[in-house]
Design a protein around this ligand. Structure first.
Ligand code: ADP
Length: 631
């Protein structure tokens, strides 16, 4: 991983690095946000109403204060003082209710928005092609989506409540002030630019700090995700890199600390400037207003009301200048979420997709056909987000236009075992990934039972094809849940039968918790052979007519090898199977062997035919398979 933000940077060292802090919002973002808002019409209307009420009450208080002094205290009218105080108390209660309702509405809208965006993004990211997940750093994707969704909520709720109340309050306070005394109003307005300038400057800095913190948080969580799983932790230990990893992490965490300190400093600076300016303005207004009152031009109550109004003006004016920043934050957050939602799923279902017709009974398994298939893996630009890759991939990717698979044609006959053999990197896994449409070919077609698989619904395709990969993944859950993943609602008996057929039942039954044993993250508490047999049981439970299998030879002793071999026989019986064969016994039993070399089928036939032909297969057999004892 590229190291960013090395040690030795001053507290404000990289804040001006525009590549991280400068973001542009794509046009049309605002238009796309509106539909999310219209869903919350009623809470929005109530929010508006309560905000107006709050603003009106805020401005009426100083006016009531003026009346108490000028019409009550000075002319010594106790009853006037009493009823005006009653009005202030009543307004306070109404205001409390309004503020409460306001919080409820903005919470409802904000959290509703988070819910909408989260659900949509989760569902959309799941539909991304496999290539997306091989490219994106899961940690940074997850943290970015979390941060952006929450950023969008905060900004929207702040905007909704603050923009309306700020503008309304400013207008109403100014009107009230002008009505009371234009001289003092003008003097107060002259001070406003002195507030705005530092506020704008510091708000800009604070925004950059927030953004850099978000970016660094994403980098840290991505790093933790990669290092804190068994495989990553093991690698770091085995290569003695734990201290280096700590250093790298510390440099990032240190940067977060420095940036956060800068944030606190700037935040405090802003507060101090505003406090001093407010005090100065109050002094100015009292000075000017005091002499006007002594002259008799101004009443005492008016002066008090003016100062109180003034104090209520600066708050909203400050907010007004940060409002733009808040609005930008909201737009950027939405934009980044939309960017993810805009990713086209490369493997999409056609609108007119059909179910794969059920085969006539007795001939249950359909055949697989590859017809002049050309395929290359999509480049980063096609499947991922440049902004997500900026952490790992700083250099532009080299354009590679060579085919991974080319002119590939073959038939895997119905109900028969077809074995793929070839050197590592020849393209065997890639071939198997085209069958369940993890990728689509660039040219040519893959057919199942004579139907181009791009014309089928993804659901029916995936019900037809069952895949067991070398690295059988188990979710961190019970064995039962992992097995039922293949067929929700399977009965206990069916689960047990599948486990028995995959020769794993005795092992499971011997566990204290049986099927309720929780398997560790990525299934690590099981041995490789056990994991693969669980995967086979999962496949048997699904009982698909087509089986695609990457035979694993890694970490299997001869005992489990024999067990797997028998389990495999059951799993493949009567199904059309495409197996990446590593075992001699599998290739001997195969009805057809396809020899893959550099993305093409070089030879095909049965074991004996190919040996006799004395070509690539004969070589491969001597180097890879001949020393294996038949299971
Ligand atoms: P095999 O299974 O025969 O060992 P693969 O099908 O895994 O071969 O790989 C064929 C070629 O495709 C290799 O050159 C490999 O580097 C490349 N390849 C495999 N997976 C990807 C991927 N996700 N993105 C880009 N290239 C890949």
């Amino acid at each position: 991983m590229a190291m960013t933000g090395g040690p030795g940077l001053g507290p404000l060292g990289r804040l001006d690095d525009e590549s991280i802090t400068k973001q542009r919002v794509r046009p049309g973002t605002v238009r796309r946000i509106i539909p999310y808002g219209t869903r919350y019409r009623w809470p929005l209307a109530l929010l508006l109403l309560t905000t107006v009420a709050d603003a009106v009450i805020t401005v009426s208080n100083p006016l009531l204060l003026k009346m108490i002094i000028d019409d009550g205290i000075i002319p010594r009218r106790t009853s006037t003082v009493a009823w005006l105080c009653g009005v202030i108390a009543a307004l306070a209660l109404i205001d409390a209710a309004a503020v409460y309702l306001q919080a409820w509405c903005s919470g409802r809208i904000g959290e509703g928005l988070v819910f909408d965006l989260r659900s949509k993004v989760f569902s959309h990211v799941q539909k991304q092609p496999l290539a997306f997940f091989t490219r994106a750093q899961t940690g940074s994707l997850v943290s970015r989506l979390n941060a952006d969704v929450i950023g969008a909520r905060q900004a929207v709720t702040t905007l909704l409540t603050e923009s309306v109340s700020t503008l309304l309050t400013i207008v109403m306070v100014l009107v009230a002030m002008l009505y009371l005394s234009w001289q003092i109003t003008v003097a107060a307005l002259v001070m406003i630019p002195f507030f705005l300038l530092p506020v704008r400057f510091i708000a800009g800095k604070l925004q950059r700090i927030t953004r850099e913190t978000m970016q660094l948080d994403a980098e840290m969580s991505s790093m933790m995700n990669e290092r804190f799983n068994v495989a990553g932790a093991m690698l770091a230990k085995l290569y003695g890199r734990t201290d280096d990893e700590t250093k790298l992490f510390s440099s990032k965490a240190g940067r977060v600390r420095d940036v956060a300190v800068a944030g606190v400093v700037y935040g405090r600076m802003l507060f101090i400037i505003v406090t001093v300016l407010t005090a100065l303005t109050t002094a100015l207004v009292y000075g000017l207003g005091g002499s006007l009152t002594i002259d008799g031009t101004l009443k005492l109550g008016t002066l008090v009301a003016m100062v109180t109004l003034l104090l209520r003006l600066y708050g909203p004016v400050n907010l007004l200048s940060t409002l733009q920043v808040t609005a930008m934050t909201a737009l950027v957050s939405f934009d980044r979420v939309f960017e993810v939602l805009d990713l086209e799923p490369l493997v999409a279902e056609r609108p007119d997709a059909r179910e794969l017709p059920a085969a006539p009974t007795g001939d249950a398994a359909p055949e697989i056909e590859f017809d002049q298939v050309h395929f290359r893996y999509p480049s980063a630009g096609e499947v991922s987000l440049a902004s997500l890759e900026s952490i790992a991939l700083r250099r532009p990717e080299r354009a590679d236009d060579s085919w991974t698979l080319q002119e590939l044609s073959f038939r895997a006959p119905a109900g028969k075992l077809t074995a793929l053999v070839g050197h590592s990197g020849a393209g065997k896994t890639t071939i198997t990934q085209l069958v369940p449409r993890l990728y689509d070919p660039n040219q040519g077609a893959v057919r199942i039972g004579g139907h181009d698989i791009r014309e089928l619904t993804l659901q029916s395709l995936r019900e037809t094809v069952g895949v067991v990969t070398q690295d059988a993944h188990l979710f961190h859950d019970t064995l039962r849940a992992n097995l039922e993943y293949a067929r929700p609602g399977a009965t206990e008996q069916e689960v047990i039968e599948a486990c028995q057929a995959a020769l794993i039942w005795d092992t499971i039954d011997a566990l204290p918790d049986g099927l309720d044993t929780v398997v560790g993250d990525r299934g690590y508490r099981l041995s490789g052979g056990e994991k693969q047999r669980i995967a086979l049981a999962r496949l048997l439970l699904k009982a698909p007519p087509i089986v695609v299998l990457d035979e694993a030879t890694a970490h299997l002793d001869s005992e489990s090898e024999a067990a797997i071999q028998r389990a495999l026989k059951t799993a493949l019986h009567g199904r059309t199977s495409l197996v990446i064969a590593h075992r001699l016994s599998t290739i001997r039993e195969a009805d057809q062997i396809l020899v893959v070399e550099a993305g093409r089928i070089r030879e095909s036939g049965t074991h004996d035919e190919l040996l006799d032909a004395g070509g690539v297969y004969a070589d491969l057999y001597r180097t890879q398979f001949a020393q294996q004892s038949p299971a």
